[in-house]
Design a protein around this ligand. Sequence first.
Ligand SMILES: NC(=O)c1ccc[n+]([C@@H]2O[C@H](COP(=O)([O-])OP(=O)(O)OC[C@H]3O[C@@H](n4cnc5c(N)ncnc54)[C@H](OP(=O)(O)O)[C@@H]3O)[C@@H](O)[C@H]2O)c1
Length: 272
Amino acid sequence: MKIVFYGAGNMAHAIFTGIINSKILAPEDIYLTNRTNEEMLQSYKEDLGIQYSYDDEALLKDADYVFLGSKPHDFDQLATRIKGNIHNQNKFISIMAGLPISYIKQKLDTHAPIARIMPNTNAHVGHSVTGVSFSSNFGPTSKEEVLEVINAFGSAIEVQEAHLHQVTAITGSGPAFLYHVFEQYVMAGTKLGLERAQVEESIRELIIGTSKMIERSDLSMEQLRKNITSKGGTTQAGLNALSEYNLEGIFEDCLNAAVNRSIELSAQEDEL
Ligand SMILES: NC(=O)c1ccc[n+]([C@@H]2O[C@H](COP(=O)([O-])OP(=O)(O)OC[C@H]3O[C@@H](n4cnc5c(N)ncnc54)[C@H](OP(=O)(O)O)[C@@H]3O)[C@@H](O)[C@H]2O)c1
């Protein structure tokens, strides 16, 4: 299998590093290209053994999967560059937020199968939750291959394209929402009189340890919470204070705002 990345930026880097680390492909089967930053491609070649080229005809001639990894607003230019060289066996995987499959198809002027994926930044540590949606002409074997590639940098959740807005909100933006909650927890912790550095370090370990408990346990988060909440104890007292606030409602507002913004942004792209 040959995979080509058009765009070798931040997110593409997390993805091809995951593919190489998981050994589903040899570095020599992965090709990179970008707009102008050859120095970056050269450094990936030296560090990882990946190939790179600016020869679109050669890149696409026998490529099975072609990642579209530019920023959404650069895609029209990228499509103009690619469309004259598309070959029969090319299948596209877009990581560009908000660009509908129909738009990509139209700009590439192709009937090739197109998948849209919505990874998150945890791809850098092999734990992206990635939403994926396929055009109707994507065959079952090819779908399996795409899912295998996604699993190389985390896990996949297949959804209808319309539901990628929800995936964008819950897991795409999710790391930022959780960081924000942790920031507030640190701020509140420092008000208890401990040094900020101590509080930050403790909470960092708390988050890592709690994540590992979730990962390693078969119990639900609710059950894990109940297991450490004794009646009349300190944890119960803290949870009682929290229950005075509508936390679920707060997160509903947060997620709805992100979904609505995702819909707005992709509508703007549709108008282009
Ligand atoms: N970062 C995230 O957490 C995240 C999460 C989900 C989805 N995404 C999506 O991932 C995409 C990339 O984001 P990023 O943060 O990785 O961006 P980035 O670091 O700015 O990388 C963009 C890449 O696209 C290349 N590029 C631009 N125009 C091109 C062209 N005409 N031909 C070939 N390559 C071209 C750039 O090349 P040069 O360097 O040579 O200009 C660069 O390698 C975005 O569409 C974003 O919506 C990102």
